[in-house]
Design a protein around this ligand. Structure first.
Ligand SMILES: *Cc1c(COP(=O)(O)O)cnc(C)c1O
Length: 343
């Protein structure tokens, strides 16, 4: 019996704009078509119409799935038996899920002790081989790039063209939903996603401005030099030498945008505001885009979209460490309950 899902796989939905023919293998978990949510509190604060593109609603909880469906489908088409990536977490979680779906092996290289708990749980659950390398993400990526030269393993980092192709569909969806937008705010780590959005907009003849945001402690595209020891609470963008940095700078220049830095304090303030006022529990990295919008303003834009790149559950430790709320202990009696609940 053949079973089809109500929502088409991303590759089928956008096939005419993607490098896949009818009959090519498609590995899908029903990614894309994520909610676009108005953000009334942010709109009020910046004096513009602000929307949140909820990429955390993708199957593994981040936008990486848009690219991964394409990268893994292409790897199968090429006959690959295994895929590999270096990752700050979300690429690995996505790769592990799509590899399990495809029935191929997956190995992931993660920076030593620097990966959010939820992401590690996902990777292990999907049965990928996890290798923790002493050093940061950038060193991990150097090593896997060399490894795939020596062995028939497909590299699914965002240096893989299919990743960018899949991720550009985020821009397509925004144009389909809004018709027009003036400004896109997006966090920047390895710079694959900002590159992908610009490609998507360009292919559709749209030219919103792009504001990319890096964390102060990992801001190579702002400072103009590599960060040897990138540091930020936003682990998804803790990257000191972005693989697609040059393309990101091009995209920003062409769009008359900018790449700027926000501090961890600003990131965490935006993170708490989003969760407590907009109902949006996102990753710290996603909050960087909103922190940037709040800090630098909409600069005259009427309609703004913030890309909420990943969901908050990915990183429960940061949530527990950086929120004011606390669990209130209580005896199982009415008076105590009343005092605890109403007090
Ligand atoms: C990967 C990731 C980013 C950064 O995207 P790049 O393509 O590396 O610039 C931002 N936020 C989250 C949640 C991510 O997983």
């Amino acid at each position: 019996m053949s079973v089809t899902s109500a929502r088409p796989p991303l590759i089928e939905r956008w096939r005419e704009h993607l490098p896949f023919e009818e009959g090519d293998p498609v590995v899908s978990l029903c990614e894309g078509a994520t909610p676009l949510l108005p953000a009334p509190v942010l709109s009020e604060r910046v004096g513009a119409e602000v929307w949140m593109k909820c990429e955390g609603a993708n199957p593994t909880g981040s936008f990486k799935d848009r690219g991964m469906t394409c990268a893994v489908s292409a790897a199968l088409r090429e006959g690959a038996q295994a895929i590999i990536c270096a990752s700050t977490g979300n690429t690995a979680a996505s790769a592990a899920a799509y590899a399990s779906r495809a029935g191929i092996r997956c190995a992931v290289i993660i920076p030593d002790g620097k990966i959010a708990t939820g992401k590690l749980a996902q990777i292990l659950a999907h049965g990928a081989r996890v290798v923790s390398v002493a050093g940061n993400f950038d060193r991990g990526l150097e090593l896997v790039r060399e490894l795939v030269e020596r062995h028939p393993i497909s590299l699914v980092n965002s240096v893989n063209e299919f990743r960018v192709e899949g991720q550009k569909t985020g821009a397509f969806e925004l144009l389909e939903e809004l018709g027009r937008l003036d400004l896109l705010c997006i966090p920047v780590g390895n710079a694959g996603n900002i590159t992908a959005y610009w490609r998507g907009f360009s292919e559709m003849g749209a030219t919103p401005r792009l504001f990319g945001f890096q964390a102060e402690g990992a801001a190579p595209l702002v400072a103009g030099h590599i960060f040897e020891h990138p540091e930020t609470v936003a682990s998804a963008i803790r990257i000191g030498n972005p693989a697609r940095g040059a393309e990101a700078l091009d995209a920003v220049e062409q769009s008359q945008g900018a790449i700027r830095a926000v501090s961890d304090t600003q990131i965490l303030a935006a993170y708490r505001l989003l969760a407590s006022r907009e109902g949006m529990f996102c990753e710290p990295a996603s909050a960087a885009a909103v922190a940037g919008l709040l800090e630098y303003g909409a600069d005259g834009a009427e309609r703004v979209v913030c890309v909420m790149t990943g969901r908050g559950l990915k990183d429960p430790d940061t949530a527990l460490d950086h929120n004011e709320g606390a669990v209130i202990p209580c005896e199982p009696q009415m008076a105590a309950i009343e005092a605890a609940v109403l007090g």
